[in-house]
Design a protein around this ligand. Structure first.
Ligand code: 8YV
Length: 321
């Protein structure tokens, strides 16, 4: 009988996920969730046939060269910008991701950030906690309207569409920018426009596009200057899509009203300016962080690995060629 393939799980996962994988793999895993230096990752991965990684694990040529037996990389994320697909393709390494299972939770989070930013929920809460609430006033903590305003969605994939669906309840005009036309645009009541028009017209801009070299700093000083001074910006996609330094400048100068951010250029490190500007809501990359969504992601990564081990088709492959 062939020995079981060797699997490395780089982060702590749910017990049921280990149980699902255990019959099929010889497992080495980081269930203490230690922070591995790069050299540890390379060393622990070196003799593995399969890797279960997350978005902070860079799968590049260096790692692939260190893992000559590697045949599959299953990432517990929908985003796969941390994986060099061309290099995986050249080496015959399959790649899978975790679409769908996190769509609704992540769309909910976009709305949590949009609402909190528009209505200054965090800013006013900090003020209240600091004991500064002496009396009520007509012009206290005035925020931006959401109901009936214009929403601009940049990136109209699964999550973008889920954000748009929610916007219908707020009777918003929906503009979107995407490489291709969304097949469900009529159903969503959304109109495809160029990025500049979206930035000019939208009262609230939500970024839901994948990160790549082409989308690096897609929102920089020029784009922020094109937005309405009353507008808000939400990023639940990836750090690097927004030029964080330019955003800090824009927030400080009042070129936009506020921002809600779940992702950052060098996370978990933050641009220091973000911690000093008041009109920004900051969350630590929790877009998919509901139990059902995170268990769903880890389980889907596991199902891809089980399919690999049993010679079945991967349920959610990422094209590597
Ligand atoms: C993950 C994400 O929590 O799926 C993604 O692409 O950004 C998040 O849902 C994170 O990437 C962990 O791998």
């Amino acid at each position: 009988m062939n020995p079981r393939p060797k699997l490395l799980i780089t982060r702590k996962v749910f017990p049921e996920v280990i149980e699902r994988l255990a019959p099929y793999f010889d497992i080495d895993s980081n269930q203490d969730d230690d922070e591995w230096p790069r050299a540890t990752l390379l060393a622990r991965a070196a003799d593995r046939d399969a890797l279960f990684v997350v978005a902070s694990d860079r799968v590049d040529r260096e790692l692939l060269a260190a893992c000559p037996r590697l045949r599959i990389v299953a990432t517990g994320s929908v985003g796969y910008n941390h994986i060099d697909l061309a290099a995986c393709g050249e080496r015959g390494v399959a790649v899978s991701n975790t679409p769908d299972v996190l769509t609704e939770a992540t769309a909910d989070m976009a709305w949590a950030l949009l609402m909190a930013t528009a209505r200054r929920v965090c800013e006013s809460e900090h003020w209240l906690r600091a004991g500064k609430w002496g009396r009520w006033a007509f012009d206290q903590w005035l925020g931006a309207d959401v109901y009936g305003t214009t929403l601009g969605i940049v990136g109209m994939g699964r999550i973008g569409s889920a954000v748009a669906r929610r916007a219908r309840g707020f009777e918003m005009k929906i503009l979107y920018h995407n490489r291709s036309r969304a097949p469900n645009e009529a159903e969503l009541g959304a109109r495809r426009v160029e990025l500049d028009e979206l930035l000019r017209e939208a009262d609230h801009v939500v970024l839901v596009l994948p990160y790549s070299a082409a989308t690096h700093h897609a929102i920089g000083a020029r784009e922020l200057a094109a937005m309405k001074p009353t507008a808000t910006l939400v990023n639940i996609a990836r750090g690097g899509i927004v030029d964080d330094a330019a955003l800090v400048d824009a927030l400080r100068a009042g070129r936009i009203a506020g921002a809600g951010l779940d992702v950052y250029e060098n996370e978990p490190a933050l641009h220091p300016g973000l911690l000093t500007v008041p009109n920004v809501v900051l969350t630590p990359h929790i877009g998919s962080a509901t139990r059902s969504s995170r268990v769903g992601m880890a389980m889907l990564a596991a199902e891809n690995l089980v399919a690999f081990a049993t010679g079945a088709a991967l349920p959610t492959p990422v094209a590597t060629a």
